[in-house]
Design a protein around this ligand. Sequence first.
Ligand SMILES: Cc1ncc(COP(=O)(O)O)c(C=O)c1O
Length: 464
Amino acid sequence: MWKNNYSRREFIKKNSLTGLGAVIALNATTSVLYNCANGASDPAILGGIPVRTEPWLSWPVWDMEKDEEQVMEILRSGRWWRGAGRPSVVDEFEKEWAETLGVKRSLAVVNGTNSLIISLRMLNVGAGDEVIVTPYTFIATTHAILETGAMPVFADVDRETFQIDPEKIEEKITSRTRAILPVHILGLPADMVKIMEIARENDLVVVEDACQAWMAEINNQKLGTFGNAGCFSFQNSKNLPIGEGGAIVSNDDDLMDKCHAYHNTGRPVGRMVDLIGGNLALMGNNLRMTEYQAAIGLAQLKRLEQQTETRNRNAAYLKSKISGIPGIIPYKLYPNVTRAAFHLFPFRYQQEEFNDLPKEAFLRALRAEGIPASGGYTGLNDKLYLKDAFQSKNYQAMYPKEMLDFEKYLEENKCPENDRLCSEEAVWFSQNMLLGSTSDMDDIYDAIEKIHANSGRIKDSRNT
Ligand SMILES: Cc1ncc(COP(=O)(O)O)c(C=O)c1O
């Protein structure tokens, strides 16, 4: 008897001795056999049996035995902030993160958003400056630009890689351009070699938003170490999860001393000490990471290398399988990419190959099969938060009226490639799904394949 919580894979396993499963395994898409299986062929969204009912790996991973000792020790000591005595756990976490990335310095801060704000500010990006950025990112990236008082300028994406298109960056450079803020979105590398070339030619600073790109590499060099500064997030969903947290990395001692002073209420360190002489402090803020956050970070760091390997291996396997399905175009990596982080696994969905089944209906059908999937971001180049900033007292004081004309701004910042990517094409799976087995990847393939085979029926049904 088929029950709704009895997956097609379990059916195949159970029946393989009778030969039926073997035949199905050989030709899993054969509609005759699906019909034999009393509903195994029916898409779950139309009442059929889901491909999968097993849960996916829950996130974050936490091992009470191995991970808690240092955290508990700190909690019991009462030395919770990084200034409370030596040796500081935050110092230790910074040292390990810098060593992991092969960069001179790292500064731990409260979150990724503020790692971007501090970096931009300490590189002297501010009012009147233009910062070139992708419209395809989490909103914190563009919030960070607005927090400095600078103007975000959007360069369209390359839909094949999901990343900012270097050619579009060049088209956007004006006399006011001060910085490029490339985002390695989804944990896939942006084209840093070309972006650094453009920055050098035009005398621009580069802050890499690597908030989704821990351990990813171009030509064996870790992302975050190409620009003047690299920024990371350790928020709960991230591949290196602390709950909240962030880091700035750089080889530039002057910049890192400035960032350190700023994040610690302007208290000078390193070269900044001589600079301010007997004065109390520089301009600053309190953006310090706590000791117990750093201890969680150290515990998570121990598994990051192996998890990154697993994600890369499963992503390559899944990519090779699903690229055979018409209408599924997985992400492309630039040829110099030696490793990605795969915070998300993206592909482009072409509805014309699925009997014109809209993306939202495809996503619903996929979720019904037990495969969580997201349609991803909406573009950031035309949203209300920008108008809100332009209407603020600060922006009104900093910019002439014509530069805050929102309709004009929208016109100048159109990103048609990104609009298409967001509304019609992009589909993501989350990083925890890539930590499973090859058989888990097969479930994803089977579900997409099943929806493809039944897309006409799903389209015609009232459920969608
Ligand atoms: C691309 C990107 N930039 C910046 C951030 C901001 O990081 P946080 O949430 O740690 O402030 C995030 C976090 O989701 C992100 O994904």
